[in-house]
Design a protein around this ligand. Sequence first.
Ligand SMILES: *Cc1c(COP(=O)(O)O)cnc(C)c1O
Length: 373
Amino acid sequence: MIPLADLKTQYHSIKAEIDAAISGVLESSQFILGREVAAFEEAFAEYCGGRYAIAVNSGTSALHLALLAAGIGEGDEVITVPYSFVATAASIRYTGAKPVFVDIDAASFNIDVNAIEAAVTPRTKAIMPVHLFGQPADMDPILAIARRHNLLMIEDAAQAHGAEYKGRRVGSIGDFGCFSFYPGKNLGAYGEGGAVVTNNPEAVRTIRLLRNWGQEESYKHILRGYNYRMEGLQGAILRVKLKYLPQWTEARRAHGEAYNRLLAGTGVITPAVMAYARHVFHVYALRAPNRQALQSALTAAGVQTAVYYPIAIHMLEAHRDLGYHRGQFPVSERMCEEELSLPVYPELTEQQIETIAEVVAHASACATPVQSD
Ligand SMILES: *Cc1c(COP(=O)(O)O)cnc(C)c1O
């Protein structure tokens, strides 16, 4: 079986260092925040090209606190995409603000920059582009719109550690960059984790307060905060893993490029790497008009696949009250029907990629031809 991800093999490749880091935390007993978390924050900020990183307990918390530090709340609107993980929109709703959706672009799978301006209203406070699947959104035009309308920019970089837009690392391009260290992400903890990256010292203070119950000092709560602190163990583990992220990212990129080469002309639509992007292939997302048949063929051949995402956020029952309906975001809706993700984790071998590509090529050759667009 070829799994979609293989966290155990990766652990074994760095076991001695990880075990030592874990034992160090146990010995220090700094289980919440502490030295290891602070050291990780410093290293991660530097990695992203930002001045500060504030570590929290999930990517969702990172988004929530970045929005709060941006002053967003009840009555405000934040422009984002309906084709993402639900946390993107949910974090906006946590603040009382309303997510206003803009469709994605069919090539990049990221926010359609030509559709943003029509969604701006007097209530719009921020734009939250998602660097989906590891490919940066087209930041220059988004920043130009943000400047023109005096909007903040909060990057959802949960899937894009180390991705670059015109040579700049994501997460440090907008006002805030939000990362997730969920185990399956490109940089994954051994539990939950997240971070906000920013250059704004004022915001750093607010986010540090908010993640720890708004405490300025023990039991002196000056803000209505949360328990969003990162655990010491996760900080220590992430600090070890961050050293390996560049090599793991190179492996993912090589796998993505190998698939694109091997699958060209097979009847599936391979993901485009935009000219401005250094894609880090968190997900290898192809489009297959005959997705069901292709997924079945891969399953039968022992290849695990996934669909990101079967239902766009505007169509989710949980967010029906936003008042959107089917047909409003046709590109997103079509992706939900056609997207299929192949294994792309760093430890995958060339042989395995060739095997997977052969199954895809064979299955799409057998499928009835479909009209291209
Ligand atoms: C994973 C993810 C999140 C949420 O991160 P958690 O750490 O799971 O809370 C947010 N946005 C996107 C696009 C994600 O993929």
